[in-house]
Design a protein around this ligand. Structure first.
Ligand code: FMN
Length: 438
């Protein structure tokens, strides 16, 4: 690849759904969303632009984190509807040839055998482009959809997740390379000596194996992880091929990356074996003025819709902040949900009022703010990556439409490619090969 410091790109899709309800340029999405065509088009567009993978976010409940009601979520289409990501992943895999497809499957909602089988099958049908975004969940409402009162505590969830991943990876390993002999002379399809049970009996899970869906092209499909807390980072350092993270600011990004790499080395892993991608929500337009107008509009929108912003924040942190005084300083808050998200919010809130804090948080644009022309934003991304040391960015657009996607794939990405910063083709056959290419 040309250029000095190439970096990786991935896309964070907040479910296939009625994205950006009410936003301009979303076509007839409210009628057409079920077919997932827009999201299949997205997969094609980002593949053409050289993204390594598309991560499909998931949550398995309807929010009720505002006045203990679902109304604000349903009326405004906030994180609802959400289609089953593994089904949509299959459509995306069929429509692409190089793009990695990484659906989210929560450890509390699936059994490890099923995750090994689903992701293994995705890897097979995509010829080695399958991945799994491993999350532990955050909402008691989601737990109640599966017959539980509440989720286990945050740290217990990660303890359970260690066992969970152990089972998944052992099941993927339950087929030795070359197990399918397909010998027409002897009539033997599979060599029984190369397919093994795993006989795992843990504190939380057990599984016999072998995996009946057969071997995956990548052996072990790619594991993505997004934990920001101590236990979250530890599990990522142990198992992840890629991490998606949103520490705020260049120093925090650097610290996060150094910490995970240090932990990986402590575990005997090559730190370059895991690509850490930082969340960004760039606003790219033909001129700096136009980009700034849109950034200002994003902020004005947050100011005008404080309740929605707080409800959305409560949705991800398992809190209901509807009883809090908007104009008083943010007080003590604790959660059994995404802890690092809450801590980050509190850190940034400082002495601010809840109103000011949520506007800043919800318009913050990810790890760094990027607003400008394709050239300006490409130059900033270059600078940031040089300072952080790697490994790339995870794009998130709150207003997914074919137009907003094109601003990235046909506006910003060519500017990055011209600088030799991102790929113009795929060197590897499998998703992991592409992640390890540079
Ligand atoms: C970019 C990104 C994507 C995430 N995607 C999901 C998701 O799809 N589903 C989910 O339940 N949690 C998701 N999370 C939450 C993480 O799994 C994790 O719980 C959160 O970052 C807080 O870290 P902690 O659990 O270690 O405190 C995501 C987080 C980030 C930063």
């Amino acid at each position: 690849m040309a250029g000095n410091n190439p970096f990786h790109l991935a896309w964070f899709l907040q479910g296939s759904s009625i994205q950006a309800w009410g936003a301009p340029w979303t076509g007839n999405i409210s009628e057409e969303w079920m077919s997932a065509d827009m999201f299949v088009d997205l997969a094609r567009a980002i593949e053409r632009a050289g993204f390594d993978y598309l991560l499909i976010e998931d949550s398995i409940y309807v929010g009720q984190n505002w006045q203990n009601s679902r109304d604000i979520f349903l009326k405004n289409g906030m994180s609802i509807p959400r289609q089953e990501p593994t089904v949509v992943a299959t459509l995306m895999a069929q429509a692409t040839k190089h793009l990695g497809i990484v659906p989210t499957l929560s450890t509390f909602a699936y059994h490890p055998y099923l995750v090994a089988r689903i992701v293994g099958t995705l890897d097979q049908i995509s010829a080695g482009r399958g991945g799994w975004n491993m999350v532990t969940g955050s909402s008691d409402f989601s737990a109640q959809n599966f017959g539980m009162e509440a989720l286990p505590s945050h740290d217990t969830r990660y303890e359970m997740a260690h066992e969970f991943i152990e089972i998944v990876t052992r099941l993927w390993d339950s087929w030795e390379p070359g197990a399918i002999v397909a010998d027409r002379k002897t009539g033997v399809l599979i060599d029984p000596a190369k397919v093994h049970t795993i006989d795992y009996h843990g504190k939380y899970y057990a599984s016999r194996g072998p995996l009946n869906s057969g071997p995956a092209p990548q052996g072990r499909p790619v594991i993505a992880q997004a934990g920001g807390s101590g236990p979250g980072r530890a599990i990522a350092a142990k198992y992840a091929d890629t991490i998606v993270a949103h520490p705020k600011g260049v120093d925090a990004m650097k610290d996060y990356r150094n910490d995970v790499r240090q932990q990986m080395m402590g575990l005997g892993r090559d730190p370059d074996g895991c690509k850490i991608l930082f969340l960004i929500a760039p606003i790219v337009a033909a001129s700096q003025e136009e980009a700034q107008i849109r950034a200002d509009r994003r902020r004005a929108d947050a100011v005008a819709n404080i309740d929605q912003r707080l409800a959305q924040f409560g949705w991800s942190t398992n809190l209901d902040l509807s009883g809090c005084d908007l104009d008083a300083p943010v007080g003590e808050l604790t959660t059994n949900g995404h802890q690092s998200s809450l801590q980050q919010f509190l850190k940034r809130a400082g002495g601010k009022t809840l109103r000011e804090a949520i506007v800043g948080y919800s318009t913050g644009g990810g790890s760094v703010d990027l607003v400008g022309t394709p050239d300006d934003v490409a130059a900033q991304m270059d600078e940031i990556m040089q300072e952080v040391g790697g490994d790339g960015f995870l794009f998130y657009l709150g207003d997914v439409s074919r137009k907003s996607v094109a601003e990235i794939t046909d506006g910003l990405i060519p500017a990055l490619q011209q600088r030799g910063l991102t790929r113009t083709g795929f060197g590897g056959k499998h998703l992991r090969d592409n992640l390890l290419e540079f």
